[in-house]
Design a protein around this ligand. Structure first.
Ligand code: 3H9
Length: 679
């Protein structure tokens, strides 16, 4: 079957796209659509046209893989203009997702019908772009600026019902009757004297939308999008829809799109899109490997981590049994889960009924025997190998054969835990990030004996609970925490050279990370692993803890904190550090923010290269996915490995040598050959 096919249903021409998996609007699709519209115009027997798609979805957008390559016509804007110019009405019949260029095609049509399960949106902003085929000009004309602006600037899709409410969809139709409904609808409008033309409409554009309206929108919505270039360009394009006639507005949109698509941020964000999808693919696993059924999950530990992990599965409709050693922490854990759900409900994310359904799927217990029937058990107990081993041995004896046993450890050796069980092929690491019900990352730790089916099951489960899963080998700290460690060492070394903690932190927050190493230390507590009895003032941390500067919880750590937990530099800390520097005999140094940043981040890239060299990560883009989704690395730089590619691996190697690091041979070799991590 060709990519675009046509068939006649009486006097209606049905144009169908069949371009799996998501009907992306690649060149062949565009050409086929343009030809079909031209053929319909030339055929007197055709009175109306329906555009629809085969497979799981309506057009999910332009073909992202074509960006950055020489364009081959017809262009998407030209195709959409030809649809809109048709004197015979064109109806978009939508199922699945009408996204980006797909929604722009639908907006070029005179009418839109959709099944209730469909979603419609303009997510280009998430790729560092704006809708570049008339979407920023047509959508405000069809639904009004107030409804269009958040859809374009934030990029979240809306339901078909919401789309109908705002006038984006003309009619909702039965799920299994889209094709017939499309033809019926087209026939019903075929003889109308005129048809709505999105670009010609002015009735919804509204008045009184001045600078203050847009400034207010920026204030409330752009804070979360700090550092991203595309949202502001989106706003500018929507303003053009109000301030300029359509023909000029699309030129403004085109110019803004051209600038963004050629820029570093969009390249990085497109990399992130494909990186997340690549992460789900596991090397060396036969395609026919089965996914094991998992209906009931057991969680050991009802603390912050265990409770957060439980919520993922409850929300996804699965049964969860949660185990604690004593009643009080068990009750506390369950009540925190409930509170979290109720808070989400108060924000409109759940109905009261859904909260009760989730809580109804939760079984609290003090008896480990109650985990016997679970298909998967995840332990989130104290981070200590002896404790973990004891837990694994007990679980192995209790939980039914064939069930998966997982550790939520963030550093420890999963092979050692597997070795105390009789089922090492069913053991793996599932490293959730805190807060586990919010953070998108899941490191799936493939232990030496983990079976392909268990690994594949873990990846499928991750998708079910809306996590981005990345496979890691067994090594200290896996991918993410292993790379954190050289950064921390570099930060500590700079302290000893007299660089202020706030200058170090600000270099990272200025780069776009949510916090620096000393803010993180204050948040976690400086006394984590510190012992009052044995502390002897040998390190800066010892001294700060001895002075009860143990972090945010004592109101003082590397920083002083006010009652709103706002940080400010501490003179006392500055004096402590100065004393250490003086004692070391070094002259205090000063460094630029860029120098500080490089000293912190280049060693991470070096460690990333080692991780790749050792095969602990499957691909460089997996490392990027870990850091963006688990540690808040700014997505618009593409992640640490993509960022290294952007600045040049030779620059990274030069920096590492200058800072006195051993350069990973893998990295040195790539730099010498002029290669990149991500090809
Ligand atoms: C745009 O439209 C610009 C215009 O305004 C202007 C132009 C001038 N292109 O996500 P999945 C692949 S920008 C190429 O796992 P799901 C994807 O890589 C675009 N490939 O499925 C994967 O490949 P593989 C605006 C694409 O069911 C496979 O399809 N649109 C595209 O979980 C399956 O994807 C968007 O940003 C594409 N556009 O989710 C929407 N989309 O199997 C982007 C997907 O080899 N797409 N692929 O790994 C999505 O959000 C999701 O794919 C979707 C399905 C929700 C549709």
């Amino acid at each position: 079957m060709s990519i675009i096919s046509t068939r006649k249903d009486g006097d209606v021409l049905v144009v169908t796209s069949n371009n799996p998996p998501v009907n992306a609007l690649g060149q062949a699709v565009r050409k086929g659509l343009a030809d079909a519209i031209a053929a319909a115009a030339a055929d007197d027997a055709v009175k109306a046209i329906v555009i629809t798609c085969e497979g799981r979805t309506f057009f999910a957008g332009a073909d992202i893989t074509e960006f950055g390559k020489p364009p081959v016509g017809p262009s998407l804007p030209d195709v959409i203009n030809s649809i809109e110019a048709s004197t015979k009405p064109v109806v978009a019949a939508i199922h699945g997702t009408a996204l980006g260029g797909g929604l722009e095609v639908a907006l070029g049509c005179h009418y839109r019908i959709a099944v209730a399960s469909a979603k419609l949106g303009l997510p280009e902003v998430k790729l560092g772009l704006l809708p570049g085929a008339g979407g920023t000009q047509r959508l405000p004309r069809v639904v009004g600026v107030e409804a269009a602006l958040p859809m374009i600037v934030k990029g979240d899709p809306i339901s078909a019902a919401a789309a109908e409410r705002i006038g984006l969809v003309d009619k909702l139709v039965a799920e299994d009757q889209l094709a017939e409904s499309g033809v019926d609808f087209a026939r019903s409008v075929a003889s109308a004297a005129t048809h709505p033309v999105s670009s010609a409409r002015t009735d919804r554009l509204g008045s009184g939308l001045d600078d203050a309206f847009f400034d207010n929108f920026r204030k409330t919505e752009l804070r979360r999008l700090k550092g991203f270039e595309a949202p502001e360009a989106c706003i500018e394009a929507v303003r053009a829809a109000i301030d300029q006639p359509f023909a000029k507005g699309v030129k403004t949109e085109r110019a803004l799109f051209g600038k963004l698509v050629a820029g570093t941020q969009s390249r990085a964000l497109r990399h992130v899109f494909f990186a997340e999808r690549a992460a789900g693919k596991i090397d060396g696993i036969p395609a026919d490997t089965p996914v094991l059924p998992v209906a009931r999950v057991g969680i050991l530990g009802a603390g912050t981590m265990g409770g957060g992990i439980a919520m993922n599965f409850l929300t996804a409709g699965m049964e969860v049994t949660i185990l604690e050693r004593e009643q009080v922490p068990l009750d506390r854990g369950v009540s925190i889960i409930r509170k979290n759900y109720e808070r989400s409900a108060s924000r409109g994310k759940f109905t009261a009924e859904q909260v009760e359904q989730c809580m109804g799927r939760l079984t609290p217990t003090l008896d480990m025997n109650d985990l016997a029937d679970c298909d998967l058990v995840i332990e989130a107990v104290f981070e200590n190998m002896d404790v973990k081993k004891e837990v694994f041995a007990k679980l192995d004896a209790i939980v039914k054969p064939g069930a998966i046993l997982a550790s939520n450890t963030s550093y420890l050796n999963v092979d050692e835990m597997a070795a105390v069980t009789t089922r090492p092929e069913f053991v793996l690491g599932l490293h959730f990030f805190s807060p586990a019900n919010v953070m998108r990352l899941l490191e799936v730790v493939r232990a030496g004996k983990t079976s392909p089916a268990v690994l594949k099951t873990a990846m499928a489960l991750a998708k079910k609970v809306a996590k981005v899963a990345v496979v890691s080998g067994v090594c200290h700290g896996f991918i993410g925490n292993r790379m954190l460690s050289p950064r921390q060492q570099a930060a500590n070394a700079m302290l000893m050279q007299g660089i202020k903690p706030w200058d170090i932190d600000d270099a990272l927050t200025g780069f776009g990370l949510p916090m620096g190493p000393f803010q993180m230390a204050d948040l976690a507590g400086l006394d984590l692993g510190w012992n009052k009895e044995t502390s002897n003032g040998e390190t800066i941390r010892d001294v700060l803890c001895e002075r009860d500067r143990r972090g945010q919880k004592t109101g003082r750590g590397f920083y002083d904190y006010d009652e709103n937990r706002r940080r400010s530099p501490s003179q006392e800390v500055e004096a402590v550090i100065a004393a250490f520097v003086a004692k070391s005999g070094q002259a205090p140094q000063s460094l630029s923010a860029e120098d500080i940043r490089n000293r912190l981040l280049f060693p991470m890239i070096n460690e990333g290269a080692r991780i790749l060299d050792e095969g602990m990560a499957q691909r460089a883009s997996d490392i990027d996915t870990v850091w963006i989704n688990g540690y808040g690395w700014p997505a618009y730089t593409g992640g640490p490995m993509f960022w290294a590619d952007t600045i040049g691996l030779d620059v990274v190697v030069g920096g590492l040598k200058a800072f006195g690091h051993d350069v990973s041979p893998y990295l040195a070799d790539k730099a010498a050959k002029g290669e990149r991590f991500n090809s």
